[in-house]
Design a protein. Structure first.
Length: 366
């Protein structure tokens, strides 16, 4: 068995004070026409967020809340991996592995922790995020992360079977786990289907009406919203200098995604400040981008997925894929159209997310 060591989050007060100083001294860009989210983050909103972050937000309150839950670090294949491991008091509780994406973190799931107490929860930080490190080559892809996660579940924690769930990059990691380790991974729960490139590349006449609608929406989205993928994947280090030096610049880059990808009224300023403070103090806004490089240029083909799959479709997510495409590509046992919520799922709708994933766990382990 690999070892795990206890871990607690403790951000030094001098680092938090330095963050506040930088927020206070932020220089805002000139206000021009189109400053209403149409060309990026709204100046008015960012100013109000920075004011809140500086004068009213309390990280130490969040830190105390997070440290109620058992956290650990483990060395796996030369990487330091941070994770929550919250064991249920319920006899025979089944393990559930939850994987986040970008630009979020384990914070995607923490509101749902008390609602999922019937399960052993394992919630790691992706390599390059929060307290998890990257390898010497400077990037990881979802396939490599899946192998690390399987070792975490089986060799560090000793589970012989488990279920896995995720969204965004977490969806990719979860799918690689399912395709590679079907004996141990008993089922997967997904909240998005990624980018259906085969539909975009297909001839119009070969598509159903819903697939053709997706193709047109995807082409428009790539034209208007997709530039960040190219920047994050090809020039992450150039962007990292700005994100690591200016809290306002980092906030503008990250908050715009929350606005565009979520059921926005469900995202609070505290949610955003939690996210931004974690990225800032750990100095991982830049390193988190390296996953885009790894996934764009080094990702291997994925094998078939044969394990039971549940899908929760949140209406405000980025580019929802037609249900018929999902049915062709996954062995669905459950498909749910959620009433509200977007890309950040359990952060936005923790109760509904927890209820849905509990139904999935019952179906998989009955």
């Amino acid at each position: 068995m690999m070892l795990k060591n206890d871990f607690r989050i403790v951000f030094r007060e001098e680092d938090l004070e330095e963050l506040r100083r930088r927020i206070r001294n932020s220089r805002q860009p000139k206000v021009l026409t189109g400053d209403d989210w149409g060309l990026g983050t709204s100046s008015d909103y960012l100013k109000s967020l920075l004011d809140y972050w500086y004068s009213r937000y309390d990280w130490k309150h969040k830190e105390k809340e997070l440290n109620q839950y058992p956290q650990f670090i483990s060395e796996i294949d030369g990487l330091t991996i941070h994770f929550f491991h919250i064991q249920s008091q319920r006899k025979g509780a089944k393990p559930l592995l939850l994987t986040h994406g970008w630009p979020d973190s384990f914070l995607r799931y923490t509101k749902a922790f008390p609602l999922l107490s019937d399960y052993d929860l394992v919630v790691p930080s992706l390599p390059g995020f929060a307290f998890s490190t990257l390898p010497e080559k400077g990037y990881m892809n979802n396939s490599e992360t899946a192998d690390i996660w399987h070792k975490l579940m089986t060799e560090v924690l000793g589970y012989t079977e488990y279920a896995a769930a995720g969204g965004d990059m977490g969806r990719g990691v979860t799918c690689y786990l399912a395709s590679r380790y079907p004996q141990e991974v008993k089922g997967i729960h997904l909240t998005d289907a990624g980018f259906a490139g085969d539909l975009v590349a297909a001839a119009d006449e070969a598509l159903t009406p819903s697939e053709l609608d997706y193709k047109r929406r995807a082409q428009e989205w790539l034209r208007k919203e997709g530039a960040y993928i190219n920047i994050n994947s090809t020039k992450p280090q150039s962007l990292a200098f700005a994100l690591s030096d200016s809290p306002a610049g980092m906030a503008a880059w990250i908050v715009e995604k929350y606005h565009s990808w979520s059921d926005w009224p469900l995202i609070t300023m505290d949610d955003l400040c939690d996210c931004l403070t974690l990225y800032w103090i750990t100095n991982t806004a830049g390193t988190s981008l390296r996953a885009y490089h790894g996934n764009t240029f080094t990702l291997p083909p994925m094998g078939n997925i044969t394990v039971p799959t549940a899908f929760a479709a949140f209406p405000c997510d980025v580019l929802p894929v037609p249900k018929e495409w999902i049915e062709r590509n996954y062995p669905l046992v459950m498909y749910t159209e959620m009433p509200r919520g977007g890309h950040f799922t359990a952060l936005e709708q923790p109760k509904q997310y927890a209820e849905n994933i509990s139904q999935f766990m019952t179906a998989v382990f009955q």
